[in-house]
Design a protein around this ligand. Structure first.
Ligand code: DAK
Length: 260
């Protein structure tokens, strides 16, 4: 796959997607959003890919936000279309039946923070900075930040970040649960790769059900969410992976999952 603003690599079941506009700190213009949407849509049916790592090119930024130069002159109708494109991308990442790990290697601001928020796991380098600085620009987050941030870190902390536009460092992001782990910059991608390999060794259907149970369950009441979990748990017993996983345990050997 070749793109103008993205790099793509896949080996041993791990796909790495790199937003590649380092001169603009990987800011998301419309073309990049469309490429991300196209790529993540295609990954759904890419059987060779088990886990995806999303990162930014260069040493300074994951994604420094939506492209301000491109956004500055737009009108309300175009603004809405731009926001809808961002929402479509976020939903595609969240609905992808495979885990997506954000390797946040620098600034994750505005739309960049929102992009990281729709990934399943966020690892951060020590130089990572997170923030929703939209209020500094006279706008609000347009790619779901006002919704996903409070769901992850709680309403009070989210309010503070969203209303002040302040940036926080990686240690603070870890403290409030925005980052799962903080690593020296040179260790970020190897750590993301190691984590991806570990998850890729598990039953892929079970992993995708975990993602589905979390995604759908957290958006509904506990009774319905547990019922959804029970359905997915039951469905596991229709898979060859369940038979193999449990047989392998009984035979004291590693399981060989076929994803069936
Ligand atoms: N867009 C475009 N260019 C950007 C950019 C961005 N978000 N961030 C950085 N750049 C560019 C800079 O303009 C500069 O370009 P040149 O001048 O070299 O041509 C280059 O990247 C390097 O940046 P700096 O020279 O500024 O680098 P520094 O290290 O001094 O500062 C910084 C790094 C990240 C602190 C600073 O660049 C900065 O504050 N950047 C803007 C961060 C920001 O405000 N991000 C949020 C963007 S707003 C919506 C949908 C979505 C959104 C809103 C509404 N709807 C339609 C409703 C989303 C909004 C956002 O994401």
């Amino acid at each position: 796959m070749t793109f103008e603003n993205l790099l793509y690599d896949c080996s041993d079941g791990i796909a790495t997607v790199t937003v590649n506009r380092p001169k603009a700190l990987n800011a998301l213009n419309e073309a990049t959003l469309k490429e991300l949407l196209c790529l993540f849509t295609g990954l759904k049916d890419e059987a060779a890919v088990k886990v995806v790592i999303l990162t930014g090119a260069g040493e300074k930024a994951f994604v420094a936000g939506a492209d301000i130069a491109e956004m500055q002159p737009i009108d309300a109708v175009t603004g809405r279309q731009f926001a809808l494109l961002g929402h479509q991308l976020a939903a595609t990442i969240e609905d992808l039946p495979k885990p997506v790990i954000a390797a946040v290697n620098g600034f994750a601001l505005g739309g960049g923070c929102e992009l990281a928020l729709c990934c399943d796991i966020r690892l951060a380098s020590e130089n990572a900075r997170f923030g929703q600085p939209e209020v500094n620009l006279g706008v609000i987050p347009g790619f779901g930040g006002t919704q996903r941030l409070p769901r992850l870190i709680g309403k009070g902390l989210a309010c503070e970040l969203l209303m002040t536009g302040d940036m926080i460092n990686a240690a603070e992001a870890y403290r409030i649960g925005l980052a799962n782990k903080v690593l020296p910059a040179a260790e970020l991608l190897p750590a993301a790769g190691k984590l991806a390999v570990k998850i890729a060794s598990k039953g892929p259907i079970a992993v995708s059900f975990v993602k589905s149970a979390l995604r759908d369950g957290l958006e509904t009441d506990l009774t319905r969410a547990c019922s959804h979990e029970a359905d997915l748990f039951g469905l596991c017993f229709a898979t060859a992976d369940q038979k193999e996983g449990m047989l392998a345990f009984l035979e004291k050997r590693p399981a060989k999952f076929a994803g069936k």
